[in-house]
Design a protein around this ligand. Sequence first.
Ligand code: ZN
Length: 318
Amino acid sequence: MEVLFLLWSFVLFSGVTALPVDIDDTDVIIVDAGENSIDGDDFAVDVSSLGPEAFGLPQNESGDTVAEWTESSLMNPEEMGGYAEGDILMPQLGRNGMRETTSRWSNGIIPYVIDTTYTKEQRDNIMRAIADYHRLTCLRFVPHSGQTDYILIKNTNTGCWSSVGRIGGRQEVNLQAPGCVSKKGTILHELLHAIGFLHEQSRPERDDFVTIQYGNIKTGAENNFKKADAKRTYDYGVSYDYNSVMHYSEFAFSKNTQKTIVPKMKDMKLGQREGLSRGDVKKVNNMYSCKKQEPTTGWVGQVWQNFMGSKTRRSVMI
Ligand SMILES: [Zn+2]
C-alpha cells in the first residue's frame, strides 16, 4: 500500500505521464499465445522521407558532443548528434545507394547482442527498456543465437543513433555511455527507431499541434525539422502524441537556449524520456498486429487504467 501511495504521488505530482519503470514479479503481465499473435510478413517501413543525409557513417564528432550531455542539459542526448534528425543513421546500399523502405521484424522477434563494455547499471537500464517492450507489446527481444537479422547495441564514441526498421543482417544501435544509457527513455527511443518508427514531430500534421521556431534553430540544423510525406506515412491509429518518447524536446537544436518547438496546447510538455506513452504502445502494437490488451491488473494496471486511461487525459495521450 505504501508503494502504491508513493507511486500515485509520483504520477500525480511529477507530471510524467509515461508508464513507471520498475515492477515487481507479481505485477508482470503474463502473455499467452492468443495475445502474442503477430502476423509474420515483412511489411515495409517507408524511410524515403529521411532523405540522403540519413545515409552515412558514424562520426566521433557526434560522440564528443554527446559526451558533454548531462541530466541537466536542456535537450535530450539523441538530439545532439550530427545525424539525420540528430540520431538517425542508415547504412548505404553499396555505392551511394539509398533505401526507400526497410522492414518490420518478422513475428516481432528482435535478436540482440549488447556490448560488454557497459557497466552493470547501464546494462540494467537497457534491460529495463527491453522489459517494458515485453510487458506492453508483443515484441520479443531475444539473445542472438545465430539469426541472420539482429541488432548490436554498441557503446562507441559516436553518440546515440539507430537506423529505422529492420535493415537485414547485423544492424547497429549505438548507445554511447553514459549519455545515451542514463535515461531509460533514450534507450526506448533508439529501439523504437530500430523497431520501425520515426520522430513524432516529423509527422505530416505536426504544424497543427506545434509551432517550429525557426529563428532559434542552429544554422544548418533546419533540416532536422522536416515533415514526412502524408501519402507515405501511416499513423497506426494514433493521433499526434505530445507525450511520445519519440517527440523532440522543446529545445532540440536550439542555438540560443530559446525553444525551437512550442506546443499549441497550453501547458503541454514535450520530449519526455521516462517511458513509452500510451500512444507509443498502441502504435507498436498496431504496426505489429498485436492484440495484447492494456494492463489492467497489478499496480501497473491501476495506473494505466485510472490515470493514463482517464477521460480528461485521453484526448492528449492517444
Ligand atoms: Zn530519434
